[in-house]
Design a protein around this ligand. Structure first.
Ligand code: GTP
Ligand code: MG
Length: 330
């Protein structure tokens, strides 16, 4: 058995040295932090068998019976046990290494843990998760909710034009945003330019007449930001009073996953069909967004790929989402 000490500025660097020289079969005997004149180092003491001993076939094991052969068999057995031990000792370290690697690439911690523990391949993971989620039907009444500035108004207009072009559908854009200064004018202007039917109603009026727009195939409803008076409680009340309404959560792809999950905890009480993921043009790496594939979250139905109306929109088809989530991976 060969024993050697390896040093590195970090434990990962020292481990990499061990792997480089001794390979995957190395066993870690000890690790410590050492202070030297050149600075602090992590020092790992590792061991490896010097020569691979050729394992005999079972035939020769049982036929040989001399003292030498018995000794050889005993060495073989010891070696096999040492190899098993090595594998067991090294496995958690390799998992930790992979976990840190995923974290460094920006994968949310709880997903990095799943990936490292189960030795998942990223491409396969994304593919399987997207398949699990499936797709969503296009509901007639879709209420767009989300933070201020997440892209509700602009993307409703894109979607309205998309429905017209794709299904030759008749679409009404209905705004409940009577709060935002200048908001009504902006929406009205979009509707005129795109030649779309458009209405503005207060929440109270909508509750009275909202169910009467039966001549349209799709009624896309814009709302003020969740951070205004129009919060989760108002939305929950609205969904109870008008059970035919379905909700679309408009969410910026650039937001941090902890923020997204916190917001989802409030929104999950609502009948949410899907997520409309905006600002995907600002995303460099798709890995920080992997939390959106969690099984508790609704599927991504559409993505917004920029601020041009109406062209910057794509349906959340498997191939499109796959390349979005794997964006930036070499
Ligand atoms: N780059 C980029 N800009 C976007 C995208 N989606 C929306 N925007 C821009 O973001 C800004 C805010 O969009 P809005 O549609 O007004 O957002 P909102 O959710 O209706 O905001 P409030 O009405 O204030 O709640 C606008 O300037 C849009 O052009 C996108 O996917 N990429
Ligand atoms: Mg708006």
């Amino acid at each position: 058995m060969k024993i050697k000490k390896f040093r590195g500025k970090s434990i990962l660097e020292a481990l990499a040295q061990v792997k480089k020289e001794f390979g995957e079969e190395a066993v870690i005997l000890s690790s410590e932090k050492v202070k030297t004149e050149e600075g602090d180092f992590f020092e790992i003491t590792a061991a490896i068998e010097e020569d691979e001993v050729e394992i005999k076939t079972s035939d020769s094991v049982f036929t040989g019976n001399t003292a030498k052969e018995r000794e050889e068999r005993s060495i073989e057995k010891d070696l096999r046990e040492i190899k098993d031990m090595l594998r067991k000792v090294l496995s958690p370290q390799l998992k930790n290494e992979r976990y840190v690697e995923f974290l460094e690439k920006g994968v949310p911690a709880f997903i990095a843990k799943q990936l490292a523990e189960n030795d998942f391949n990223l491409q396969e993971y994304v593919k399987n998760k997207l398949k699990e989620k499936g797709s969503v039907p296009n509901s007639k009444y879709q209420v767009f909710i989300g933070d201020s500035g997440s892209g509700k108004t602009t993307n409703i207009f894109k979607l309205a034009v998309w429905y017209q072009a794709r299904y030759n559908a008749s679409v009404l854009v209905l705004s409940l945003d009577t709060y935002k200064v200048g908001g009504m004018l902006q929406a009205k202007r979009f509707a005129e330019l795109l030649e779309l039917d458009f209405e503005i109603l207060s929440l109270e009026d909508f509750k009275e007449v909202g169910g009467s727009f039966t001549k349209y195939d799709y009624i896309l409803i814009d709302t003020p930001g969740l951070d205004t008076k129009f919060g989760e409680n108002e939305l929950e009340e609205l969904s109870l009073e008008m059970p035919f309404l379905r909700f679309v959560w408009v969410f910026k792809a650039t937001e941090h996953y902890e923020y997204g999950l916190r917001l989802w905890r409030f929104l999950e009480r609502l009948p949410i069909d899907g997520i409309f993921l905006t600002f995907t043009d600002k995303v460099k790496s798709g890995l920080p967004m992997l939390w959106l594939l969690d099984h508790n979250l609704p599927p991504i139905t559409f993505i917004s790929t920029g601020n041009r109306i109406p062209e910057d929109i794509q349906r959340g088809e498997t191939e499109i989402l796959e390349s979005l989530f794997l964006r930036g991976i070499e």
